[in-house]
Ligand binder design. Structure first.
Ligand SMILES: Nc1ncnc2c1ncn2[C@@H]1O[C@H](COP(=O)(O)OP(=O)(O)OP(=O)(O)O)[C@@H](O)[C@H]1O
Ligand SMILES: [Mg+2]
Length: 278
């Protein structure tokens, strides 16, 4: 099975062995795993060290050239290589890649809201490249970056990146590993969230901040035909293996009935569209 796993930035600041072991185990079982990761505190700390001010617009980081260069160093460099090293050390060779490597992920600038700088959205994935990695039993670990116009690298929201990667690469499962046990209602983990309930949950104040963006990304993936989308706690032992094997960890996000079937049929038709997947 093809599985996309997104690592929260917060998890990258902690020991990675237990998570890496689970990713390696999935790959050993024969699954085609893609790991996508974002930044974390190390990025903010690096910006501060470089004297670069952090600014946000609509929840997105305003990314001028200096910020983008730092993102490339931290996401595409340090964190990407640390995560790949942890998975390789767990017994399954992993390769850390980003954007420009074999033009693996392409992007275009996000224009809404205006003035975000080098913030992009994914426009395609080099499916042949990923297939060759999986065939060689390698685990690709991708930073949330995309190659855009003029060979510029764009910073991409990691939740959206994981959803779009699952879409473009025909992922069947998408697992969001986060720093909480799932979608919470007070102290309780919500077992299932139907996409039509996202707005009401936000309006009621049950869901806020980063979880709103994540649920929107889940909806995108489901509407694009990804079969199963789950949000699980990275600190809960065994959560990746549980989520991958259809267990009950965390929160399952489900499409409103009927819509996903249409989406899957549409995906079968558009999957080989060379403008999006090459
Ligand atoms: N109802 C909710 N259930 C769970 N988390 C919620 C909820 N409402 C708000 N949150 C917040 O959303 C956070 C998760 O989103 P956040 O963007 O911080 O992490 P992430 O997306 O997993 O990682 P990253 O942004 O580094 O990629 C939680 O830590 C919590 O503070
Ligand atoms: Mg987030």
């Amino acid at each position: 099975m093809r599985i996309v796993i997104k690592f929260a930035g917060a998890l990258l600041d902690r020991p990675l062995e237990a998570l890496a072991r689970q990713v390696a185990a999935l790959a050993r079982q024969g699954h085609e795993v893609l790991v996508v990761h974002g930044g974390g505190k190390i990025f903010t700390a690096t910006l501060a060290r470089l004297g670069i001010e952090s600014r946000f617009n609509g929840g997105l980081r305003v990314t001028d050239r200096a910020t983008r260069d730092a993102a490339l160093m931290v996401f595409g460099g340090l964190l990407n290589k640390q995560l790949a090293a942890a998975i390789s050390a767990a017994g399954q060779p992993a390769v850390g890649i980003s954007a420009s490597d074999a033009a693996c992920f392409t992007a275009k600038p996000l224009t809404e809201p205006a003035g975000l700088g080098f913030v992009g959205e994914l426009t395609g994935a080099n499916a042949k490249f990923f297939q060759s990695l999986w065939k060689a039993k390698l685990v690709p670990v991708a930073a949330c970056l995309g190659l855009g116009p003029g060979q510029e690298i764009y910073n991409i929201n990691a939740d959206q990146m994981a959803a779009a990667a699952a879409e473009y690469l025909g992922g069947e499962k998408l697992i969001y590993l986060t720093d909480v046990a799932g979608v919470l209602d007070g102290d309780a983990v919500v077992e299932t969230v139907d996409c039509r309930d996202i707005e009401p949950l936000v309006a009621a104040g049950t869901v806020s901040g980063g979880m709103v963006l994540k649920l929107e990304a889940c909806r995108r993936a489901l509407n694009a035909g990804v079969r199963e989308v789950r949000i699980v706690g990275g600190e809960i032992p065994g959560s990746i293996l549980d989520a991958a094997s259809g267990g009950s960890a965390g929160t399952r996000v489900i499409a409103t009935r009927g819509r996903q079937r249409e989406a899957r049929a549409a995906r079968r038709l558009t999957r080989l569209d060379p403008a999006r997947v090459f």
